[in-house]
Design a protein around this ligand. Structure first.
Ligand code: ZN
Length: 332
């Protein structure tokens, strides 16, 4: 069984939540709706996928076996009784929820449950949320809903009261390091990743994946936000100021991704990487960086001391509000 197979026993950390789900599975007392709440990057979707796989595993135990017919289809990504409903751009549209309602009322194709994992559930507009509420009020016997959300307060109170809520938290750095080393990451590197993700294990793990697929074309400091890279960059920019303008197009893409995950990008071939990198930033931080690039480029044209202006710009761009373990103040 590969690492990629979603099994509860392979989840790093989140012991309490995993225990609770395993207990529901082994006792057969499975709720009709769950809310997985917690900041982005904790691995809530991974836990939801593992729970969904276990619910439909033919072995019927407290975790997916990984080898039965259902588990094999999960591994191939085509288990028809497990459906992920993701926001279409910035919102979960009412049409998506209506389709969910239609399908959840049907009998499972072959599994025991029809599991719908609605990700980023806070992105439901009121009419979509109200439609979903109807399903929760009259839950079909074999349907299980899992809503993941990074802002549980944005969900309708009536949705929350009809769901079992599981709160997810970042792991301690120690247990994140332990989990990463068990996945074959060397100790020093595991520590760096765990610190950088501040214990958000999902984020740390996706960093590994992204690094494996890393592409040289995404320019620093977008791909590499370390201060060391920043100083090297200042030198490069001085030799070739046109690179600053090129940089703007990359930040523009990041900004678009922040607003709308499905936006059409100038660097579309790097969409996946950009979506991942955008998670380090906020709308405000990206706007500030774009302004800084434009200001510096303007100042250079007016012959203001290039090395100084470029170093200060490079440092500013190296700061990522959502991941820097050093905090903002120490670099300024
Ligand atoms: Zn199985």
């Amino acid at each position: 069984m590969s690492d990629a197979f979603p099994a509860l026993r392979s989840i790093i950390g989140h012991e309490k939540q995993v225990r609770l789900l395993a207990r529901a599975l082994s006792s057969g007392r499975v709720g009709g709706a769950y809310v997985f709440a917690g900041v982005p990057g904790l691995g809530k979707k991974t836990v939801a996928a593992a729970f969904a796989a276990a619910l439909n595993c033919e072995a019927g135990g407290k975790d997916a076996c990984g080898s039965c017919g259902s588990c094999r289809r999960v591994a191939d990504g085509n288990q028809p009784d497990i459906v992920f409903v993701r926001p279409d751009g910035a919102t979960l549209r009412i049409a998506q929820i209506r389709e969910l309602q239609r399908q959840i009322s049907l009998r499972p194709h072959e599994g025991r449950y029809k599991v719908f994992v609605v990700t980023d559930a806070e992105k439901m507009r009121p009419e979509a949320a109200n439609a979903l509420l109807k399903t929760l009020e009259e839950p079909p016997g074999a349907g299980v809903l899992v809503l993941t959300t990074s802002s549980v307060d944005a969900l309708l109170p009536t949705i929350r009261s009809r769901s079992q809520e599981l709160r997810f938290l970042p792991l301690t750095i120690e247990s994140a390091v332990e989990g990463l080393t068990k996945r074959g990451v060397d100790a020093q590197r595991a520590k760096t990743l765990a610190l950088r993700a501040r214990g958000r294990i999902g984020m740390a793990l996706s960093t590994i994946g992204e690094e494996a697929a890393a592409d040289d074309d995404v320019p620093a400091p977008i791909a590499d936000s370390s201060p060391v890279a920043a100083f090297r960059l200042a030198d490069e920019w001085q030799r070739d100021p046109a690179r600053l303008d090129d940089l703007l197009s990359w930040y523009h893409d990041l900004l678009l991704v922040t607003i709308d995950e499905g936006a059409a990008l100038e660097h579309a071939e790097h969409a996946r990487t950009l979506r991942f990198l955008a998670k380090r930033e906020t709308y405000a931080s990206l706007r500030a960086k774009m302004r800084a690039v434009m200001d510096t480029s303007h100042r250079l044209r007016r012959n203001i001391s290039a090395p100084l202006a470029l170093e200060s710009l490079a440092l500013q761009l190296a700061q990522t509000p959502l991941t820097s373990p050093w905090g903002r103040a120490s670099l300024l």
